[in-house]
Design a protein around this ligand. Structure first.
Ligand code: SF4
Length: 479
């Protein structure tokens, strides 16, 4: 992530003293990406400025993840690369935060003695002071076992986050998870669910809208259960969607991830009736086999999943559905995998994230060593699943040819300088030719879809609805 920095802040800081510079390396999910944005905001608030590169930074922070494959390996090899640099520049500081820090805590200092600070998932706000203190006190570890619910509820708002995009923002509505999926380390490292007050979230969305943000992605491990811990009336997610939909200037609301077992009719109704909520649902399936789902402790059957999916499609017009599927869960038989193929084909997903099972130390699934599925079998299953998913994605995308879509422009295409890219309300990536009149990121346009491929659409500009809502940052000359 390359933080966007307000140069007005920078030029003011530069005349006071040469500020220390920082770089953040983020591993993992959107939640971590957003934590890094907040961390960048906290470090800037503490007088630091982003470095041009990791190699020049006075402070390098690793925001780690335990979910992805070989997370340990990746972290320790990245730390190893910095060891020599640290020997050449002893003033440089290295900090490790996030899920690996929560899990391994002091172990990190044993394996990489050149690390200065380790902070847990509940200690993000302490990172700047820990970095300051460790300059005189030496290496420090601060990892809270259980989150402080009140402190977590009042997480630093996005005002202090250094957002990557000026027109779109993430908003964390809850931390932790109360479920116990057998393959997942999140409850162990992030703790139980803690929801932020609804009023604070609406205020944050209002503040984001006033700074030019028009799209918000709501983040939580199980967004459906948002608010269950703050009121006896049950989850407040539907109310939250409706309340965010009232915020002037917020035109698009997305969310990840709802849990299929908790997808309630009132959420579907709120999605259908709130203009700003996009017609896109990410509903993780994980497996189509009831035995595997039960072993995973997912709390639903394949039939229940399909019912929920059908209910959502009935209730929400033109809904795009994406999913997550794990291949090769311990003990998964050929027949059980075939059941996953069948459910995946019947569900007709718009796209899917497929994962090869990899054990996370500390989870129940990691202990099922004797049931691990051989790698070659998993690879073959993975390819078969990909075929099914690609087929339905292509069908869905081809069906959009000839339609006019509202697209939020993201900027130049990463692969072709002659093309621009953006997202439809369904969340689909669409490329279209560069226009004679320059179009900036954050502009809203309509496009006619002319081609559908498995992973993207191609379109032609029909009209420009409006330019970007955010102000352009013009670098100020420092005195
Ligand atoms: S719902 Fe399951 S997979 Fe998702 S964070 Fe919670 S425990 Fe992990």
């Amino acid at each position: 992530m390359r933080p966007v920095v307000n140069s007005r802040v920078l030029s003011r800081l530069e005349v006071v003293a040469t500020p220390r510079t920082f770089a953040i390396r983020t591993f993992g999910c959107q939640m971590n990406e957003h934590d890094s944005e907040r961390l960048a905001g906290l470090l800037i608030g503490d007088g630091m400025v982003p470095a041009a590169s990791d190699l020049e930074a006075d402070v390098v922070v690793f925001n780690t993840c335990t979910i992805r494959e070989n997370a340990d390996l990746k972290l320790y090899s990245a730390l190893g690369q910095l060891k020599q640099l640290k020997e050449q520049r002893p003033q440089m500081q290295i900090a490790v935060g996030g899920c690996m820090a929560q899990k391994d805590r002091g172990e990190i200092l044993k394996r990489a003695q050149w690390v200065d600070v380790v902070f847990g998932t509940h200690n993000l706000a302490s990172a700047p002071s820990l970095l300051r203190r460790s300059r005189s006190e030496g290496p420090l570890v601060e990892v809270l076992d259980a989150p402080d619910p009140e402190a977590n509820r009042e997480m630093a708002p996005a005002l202090y986050a250094v957002r990557e995009l000026p027109y779109a923002a993430w908003m964390t509505i809850q931390t932790g998870c109360d479920n116990s999926c057998a393959y997942c380390i999140v409850p162990a490292v992030r703790g139980g669910e803690i929801s932020r007050p609804l009023r604070d979230l609406v205020d944050e969305a209002t503040m984001l809208a006033s700074s030019g943000v028009s799209e918000i992605t709501v983040l939580g491990q199980n967004v459906n259960s948002y608010g269950r811990d703050i009121t006896k009336r049950g989850p407040l997610f539907a109310q939250l969607l409706r309340a965010l939909g009232e915020v002037d200037g917020i035109e698009r609301i997305r969310f990840v991830s709802p849990h299929p077992k908790d997808l309630r009719p009132e959420t579907v109704a709120a999605m259908a009736e709130t203009q700003a909520v996009c017609n896109q649902l990410h509903l993780p399936l994980q497996s189509g086999s009831n035995r595997v789902l039960s072993a995973m402790r997912r709390g639903y059957t394949a039939e229940r999943y399909m019912e929920r999916l059908a209910g959502a499609r009935r209730g929400i017009d033109d809904l795009a559905v994406t999913t997550d599927i794990i291949v090769g869960y311990p003990g998964e038989t050929d027949t059980e995998f075939d059941e996953t193929l069948e459910v995946a084909a019947a569900a007709e997903f718009d796209s899917a994230y497929t994962f090869i099972f990899s054990p996370r130390p500390g989870t129940r699934a990691a202990l099922m060593v004797e049931d691990f599925v051989p790698e070659a079998v998993i690879k073959e299953r993975f390819e078969r699943l990909k075929e099914v998913l690609d087929r339905s994605a292509l069908r869905k995308h081809e069906a959009r040819v000839g339609r006019r879509e509202e697209v939020l422009v993201e900027g130049p295409s990463k692969r072709n300088a002659q093309m621009l890219s953006g997202r439809t309300r369904q969340g689909k990536l669409v490329h279209f030719p560069v226009t004679a009149e320059p179009l900036r990121a954050g502009a809203l346009v309509t496009l006619d879809v002319v081609h559908g491929a498995p992973y993207h659409l191609r379109g032609e500009l029909s009209s420009v609805v409006r330019g970007p809502r955010h102000k352009i940052r013009i670098p100020l000359l420092s005195s």
